[in-house]
Ligand binder design. Structure first.
Ligand SMILES: [Zn+2]
Ligand SMILES: [Zn+2]
Length: 347
């Protein structure tokens, strides 16, 4: 039986063997449909919805291959001759949806107490703070840190100091009314600038939980260790968000000496985020294991931009499980006081 991961990869490679155009697009859409399908296609009765009609017979034939060698041989028959850009590297170390959901992630998710890293309409999310908070409550969380983008991000609708003040008030209002059920904490996802400083000046970070991440220079091949080390030394950084900045089938992420980065994070008490957004899956299990060995503690983030995305904590749980990270090293499993008590006293 071929896995969705292998089948999707074969379809991506088929897509890349054609020049930009209809055939390429059809194979690409099929690849994503397979990769995101919650069930292994080889054992399912129907192919996933969303596979374009013109490539259905090909996908169906490939899905019935008995193993990866047979798959490679069968795929070769449909390949085009185009030798343009290949993105294979940027797809390595990602779980397919079916792989994630085959792990005991639902069971683990029931033990999660806190959520960190999600967005609302105050930046580039699509739901209000109240809608996200109610969704979190329904999912059984007891505390949550809201982390909208700040204005340093040129690409998104980041918050300025006025928007941030409004959000602080909205968080306080929520806590007055619903804090017993779900305690919200006001945070930000700050940008790590080129020189490693943050786009939120120190004076504005008071009482604000800061997760910091890189969103620029992500396709550069230069080593960015010093940028990350400088950011980890900034006072009040709670977590390093999506450390690599990789994006599935787009870019493999930044280059850095991860041993040094994680050793510094561990020494500074900065958590390493395992970002579960399926197109990010940042860090992968190998890098997560390295961080574990360097003494880091972790935070799982869904990076949700919609209530539906809150389920992406399953992807983070899958990475943590495969990397062998014990629950006591992950703040999301702790009650509010354990997870955020030290941060609250410092801020
Ligand atoms: Zn981000
Ligand atoms: Zn984010």
């Amino acid at each position: 039986m071929v896995s969705n991961r292998a089948l999707a990869e074969a379809l991506f490679q088929l897509a890349e063997s054609y020049p930009p155009g209809d055939v390429r697009l059809a194979f690409l859409r099929a690849a994503y449909a397979v990769f995101d399908d919650p069930k292994e296609v080889a054992t399912a009765r129907h192919l996933p919805a969303g596979i374009p009609f013109e490539v259905l017979p090909t996908v169906s034939l490939l899905a019935r291959c008995r193993g990866e060698d047979a798959l490679t041989a069968a795929a070769a028959r449909f390949a085009g001759a185009y030798s343009g850009h290949r993105q294979r590297l940027s797809r390595q170390g990602f779980f397919s949806a079916a792989e994630v959901l085959a792990l005991p992630v639902e069971e683990l998710a029931r033990k999660l107490r806190g959520a960190v890293h999600f967005h609302t309409r105050a930046s580039d999310g699509s739901a209000s703070l109240e809608a996200m908070a109610h969704a979190l409550r329904r999912r059984g969380y007891f505390w949550a840190v809201i982390t909208d983008h700040t204005q340093g991000l040129a690409c998104v609708n980041g918050m300025d100091s006025r928007a941030l003040e409004l959000q602080r008030r909205a968080v306080a209002r929520w806590n007055e009314r619903h804090g017993e059920e779900l305690e919200l904490v006001c945070g930000v996802e700050a940008e790590i600038l080129e020189d490693g400083r943050l786009d939120v000046p120190r004076g504005h970070r008071q009482g604000l939980l800061v997760v910091a991440g890189v969103h620029t220079g992500l396709t550069s091949t230069r080593d960015q260790t010093s940028r990350l080390l400088r950011a980890l030394e900034e006072p009040g950084v709670f977590a390093l968000a999506h450390p690599k900045g990789r994006l599935f089938a787009r870019r493999p992420g930044i280059r850095a000496n991860w041993e040094r980065v994680f050793a510094t994070a561990a020494a500074a008490g900065v958590l390493v985020e395992i970002n579960g957004f399926p197109r990010r899956q940042d860090v992968d299990p190998t890098l997560a294991k390295l961080a574990l060995d360097m003494g880091c503690n972790f935070v799982l983030g869904s990076d949700a931009h919609h209530p539906r995305h809150l389920a992406f904590d399953r992807w983070a749980l899958a990475i943590a499980t495969v990397a062998g990270i014990p629950q006591e090293r992950i703040v999301n499993f702790q009650p509010f006081s354990g997870a955020l008590g030290a941060w609250e006293r410092m801020s």
